[in-house]
Design a protein around this ligand. Structure first.
Ligand code: AMP
Ligand code: MN
Ligand code: MN
Ligand code: MN
Length: 289
């Protein structure tokens, strides 16, 4: 009997806030036993062509993806799009609009950090961003580690860059409806990323899942490095109750920086319907669209 294929449907390259180039990322995934990989850079698809080429050379099945930033009420959500067409004009246009505010937000973050005695953070963060259009809090975090303010990226997020902490700047991203619409316009499936991570009450979480369902959301991530085992169980229940397909992904950003590396996710519980249920099963290698 052959082992079940290993799916990892969420990770980041240098096209957004990952550490590895798309090529190096796909090589690492293949070495660590991933069979089907989606690259899901934040608000960006510019890494997909390189990743697909490497995947094809290595015989790995590759799923073009992205992870869109959304503002819902007063929280930021992430909606992963899987099997999107990277050439989709509405998606590209929509992502360009989402990215547009990042520079300005970065400058405000720099000012805020300067106000608490950390100068030069905007320029410092930019130096870590291979894609300057995609300046992320992660790049600020790496700068703060390099400049000796914190031991590691996780500590940075605890002390800075999160709501209520110095360096955090409110920003309005896309609406939930628009993000789902952009993903569907590009032929993809919309997946609520790491749902256990959002700081909302139980009631608000139910309202979020209801709204996501009503707006056409397809799946939720049940297994992700952001979830504790209890949260994974909770979202197995929600997937079944709300009739969502289930997805799984490491959300890998780089060696030593992520909670899980490729190949470390357990299999999806049998009771769930995987997001890949209707994907072509006979695609041996290359891009799965
Ligand atoms: P941004 O889209 O620029 O606001 O940055 C969001 C990114 O910051 C996420 O995609 C994560 O990579 C990273 N991030 C957010 N919160 C944390 C945290 N608590 N620890 C480590 N990384 C985090
Ligand atoms: Mn990220
Ligand atoms: Mn995310
Ligand atoms: Mn992510």
């Amino acid at each position: 009997m052959t082992a079940r294929p290993q799916y990892d449907l969420h990770c980041h390259s240098t096209a957004s806030d990952g550490v590895l180039t798309p090529d190096a990322l796909v090589r690492r995934a293949a070495e660590r036993g991933v069979d089907v990989l989606a690259l899901t850079d934040h608000d960006e698809v510019s890494g997909l062509a390189e990743a697909a080429a490497t995947a094809s050379a290595l015989g790995l099945r590759f799923v073009p993806g992205t992870e869109l930033s959304v503002s819902w009420r007063d929280v930021t959500l992430h909606i992963v799009g899987l099997r999107i067409d990277p050439a989709s004009a509405p998606l590209r246009d929509g992502m360009r609009k989402i990215r547009a505010g990042r520079r300005e937000r970065g400058m405000l973050m720099g000012e805020s950090l300067a106000g608490c005695g950390i100068p030069g953070a905007y320029e410092g963060a930019l130096a870590f961003a291979a894609n300057e259009d995609m300046l992320s809090r992660t790049h600020f975090a790496r700068f703060l580690v390099e400049s000796g303010q914190c031991r590691d990226v996780r500590e940075v997020f605890k002390r800075y860059l999160t709501p209520g902490k110095p360096g955090y700047v409110e920003h309005v991203w896309a609406s939930l409806r628009d993000a789902i619409g952009l993903i569907h316009a590009a032929g993809g499936q919309a997946v609520l990323a790491h749902p256990g991570r959002y700081k909302v009450s139980r009631g608000a979480l139910r309202e979020l899942l209801t709204e996501f369902k009503n707006e056409g959301g397809d799946a939720i991530e049940v297994l992700t490095s952001s979830h504790t085992e209890a949260q994974s169980r909770e979202f197995v229940g929600h997937a079944l109750r709300f009739g969502f397909l289930a997805s799984c992904g490491s959300d890998f950003h780089g060696p030593g920086e992520s909670w899980l590396d490729f190949g470390e996710l357990p299999p999806l519980p049998e009771a769930l319907t995987p997001v890949w249920r209707d994907w072509p099963a006979d695609v041996a290698a290359g891009t799965m669209r």
